[in-house]
Design a protein around this ligand. Structure first.
Ligand SMILES: C[S@@+](CC[C@H](N)C(=O)[O-])C[C@H]1O[C@@H](n2cnc3c(N)ncnc32)[C@H](O)[C@@H]1O
Length: 268
């Protein structure tokens, strides 16, 4: 298949600045561990392999990768997020942090067995990020992107969802809840992705879970000045409905795609 990608633009728009969401981001739920394991099985990687985690942020995916024995280069454009990630993964011997982004990682060509985007692929110009991923992957390497989704038919989550839609009538989850298959296949650089997903209920401290709403950039960007008020309303609802701990079901969904054979000859 011939790539549609004709080359990187000389000037990229700035990466989405995550500074306003940084302080509470670390309170967010982990990815479902069995989905992380399944993703790694599909990607045919083994302990000691080199992984590049892009948009690594506060290290929510970087750390599980390190715990499973991978050597991780973490790439993150927002300094405040990078600082949190560096702090979280301090003490692991096989992690290095870099400034960079999905479309221009700054990493060496053909260096990685796997390139991951934990809740960050939606923030990139996706065709450019896929081309950059193909550049830094070794032959036969894999791309993976994944997100955590609250299960919206849980009764309390349904009420929170109602509140969000009431306060932001045109609210949309955009790319972060969309099927990524088409953009991956259309790049011409990867085989059809395998989709893995799994759901787990996380018991979390209610206050920290409410605090973490302040790190929800998709809601934050669409609610503008009303964001703090909306987070306060969510806090009130949780206070009325849950105790000190809240049980929140999350589905982690991942797309895992192998670099196409012969892609190195495709136009870049
Ligand atoms: C929702 S956070 C995810 C952090 C972490 N990977 C995780 O799994 O929780 C998204 C991160 O992507 C970063 N980001 C923004 N624009 C980006 C881009 N163009 N390429 C890569 N990362 C980007 C943000 O700074 C932020 O740290």
């Amino acid at each position: 298949m011939v790539s549609e990608f004709t080359g990187p633009p000389s000037v990229l728009p700035p990466a989405v600045d995550y500074s306003p969401f940084a302080t509470t981001y670390q309170d967010r739920a982990d990815y479902v561990p069995s989905v992380v394991d399944a993703l790694l099985r599909v990607a045919e990687v083994r302990r000691g392999d080199a992984v590049c985690d892009i948009g690594a942020g506060s290290g929510h995916l970087t750390e599980p990768l390190l715990q499973r024995g991978f050597h991780v280069d973490a790439v993150e454009p927002t300094p405040a997020m990078r600082e949190l990630g560096e702090r979280r993964t301090h003490g692991y011997p096989h992690v290095r942090w870099y400034e960079g982004r999905g479309e221009a990682s700054g990493r060496a060509s053909e260096a990685y067995a796997l390139v991951t985007f934990g809740s960050s692929f939606n923030l990139t110009e996706r065709p450019l990020a896929l081309a950059e991923t193909a550049r830094i992957l070794r032959d036969g390497g894999y791309f993976a992107c994944l997100w955590n989704h609250r299960v919206l038919d849980d009764p309390l989550q349904a009420r929170i969802e109602e509140l969000i839609h009431d306060r932001i009538p045109v609210y949309s989850y955009g790319v972060r809840r969309a099927d990524q298959t088409d953009v991956i296949v259309r790049s011409g650089l990867f085989e059809t992705p395998v989709v893995v997903s799994g759901t787990q209920v996380f018991r979390l401290p209610s206050q920290a879970w409410c605090d973490a709403w302040a790190s929800h950039s998709t809601v934050g960007q669409q609610s503008g000045n009303g964001f703090t008020g909306l987070v306060d309303e969510i806090r009130e609802l949780v206070r009325a409905e849950a105790g000190d701990f809240i049980d929140v079901p999350y589905t982690t969904k991942a797309w895992v795609a192998r670099l196409s054979r012969g892609d190195k000859d495709a136009p870049r």
